[in-house]
Write a protein that binds this ligand. Sequence first.
Ligand SMILES: Nc1ncnc2c1ncn2[C@@H]1O[C@H](COP(=O)(O)OP(=O)(O)OP(=O)(O)O)[C@@H](O)[C@H]1O
Ligand SMILES: Nc1ccn([C@@H]2O[C@H](COP(=O)(O)O)[C@@H](O)[C@H]2O)c(=O)n1
Length: 247
Amino acid sequence: MSERQRADTTGLGDRAVTGGFTGQITLDGPSGTGKSSVARGVAARLGAAYLDTGAMYRAATVAVLDAGVGLDDEIAVARAVTGARIEVGTDAGTEVVRVDGVDVAERIRGAEVTRAVSPVSAVPAVRRHLVAQQRDLVAEADAVVVEGRDIGTVVLPDATLKIYLTAAPEVRAQRRAGQLGVTDPDKIAALAQDLRRRDEYDSSRADSPLRPAADAVVVDSTDLDQQGVVARIVELAASTVGAGERA
Ligand SMILES: Nc1ncnc2c1ncn2[C@@H]1O[C@H](COP(=O)(O)OP(=O)(O)OP(=O)(O)O)[C@@H](O)[C@H]1O
Ligand SMILES: Nc1ccn([C@@H]2O[C@H](COP(=O)(O)O)[C@@H](O)[C@H]2O)c(=O)n1
């Protein structure tokens, strides 16, 4: 079986509460700010679909690594990605990530993929290919939460609600360490450096760099727990319900 039930990291169980939201919520921000956990929690609360675009870039990276091409060979990288069948599910409760029919849900979280994903994601032809898939997947849902780096700025510029999630770098490194069960201070410092390296790469690329959309609501989660962040976004989503009719 290639589908894994996602652990309920939201603390909300299956309390899908807020009916009535239709539209698109974008959740962008640097690495380790809590985008995936928060996006899943918001989708569960709203009964919305959920799309992890980072998982798509990671799956694309698996295709590149398996093709054995150099990361600096943009043409070969693009060919490897466009030639692969990349599937990512949109159910917040079940993680589906496949490349050419093979389950890569665990492999995409490994160090080899994490090291290579930013250079692969910086290739414009790779982005064009995956952005088209992302828009197709979004078009299938009445309500959807989409997380990544360029969702509010490039993929869905007309989204209903845009969130840019931030958190202090040292807090993000501690959270990532907790997620991975790392306690050694040297290893935590290495995790912090990995977050910094990826953020610099993602923010400085020419195509679709990481940055907040002009109309995004910035949510700083440094002093908020996960449930608090989910609650804040659900509240913002609720304020959009019926706004179109009232305007
Ligand atoms: N507000 C919060 N308070 C405490 N821990 C949090 C909070 N938000 C998320 N976390 C935890 O931080 C860790 C990283 O979160 P997550 O993987 O969702 O971040 P991310 O932004 O999607 O990361 P990446 O961009 O690297 O994929 C997880 O263990 C998650 O449970
Ligand atoms: N919209 C996106 C999403 C992700 N990326 C790139 O993928 C990397 C992995 O993302 P995670 O959210 O799974 O950590 C990320 O560092 C970016 O390089 C992207 O470019 N655009």
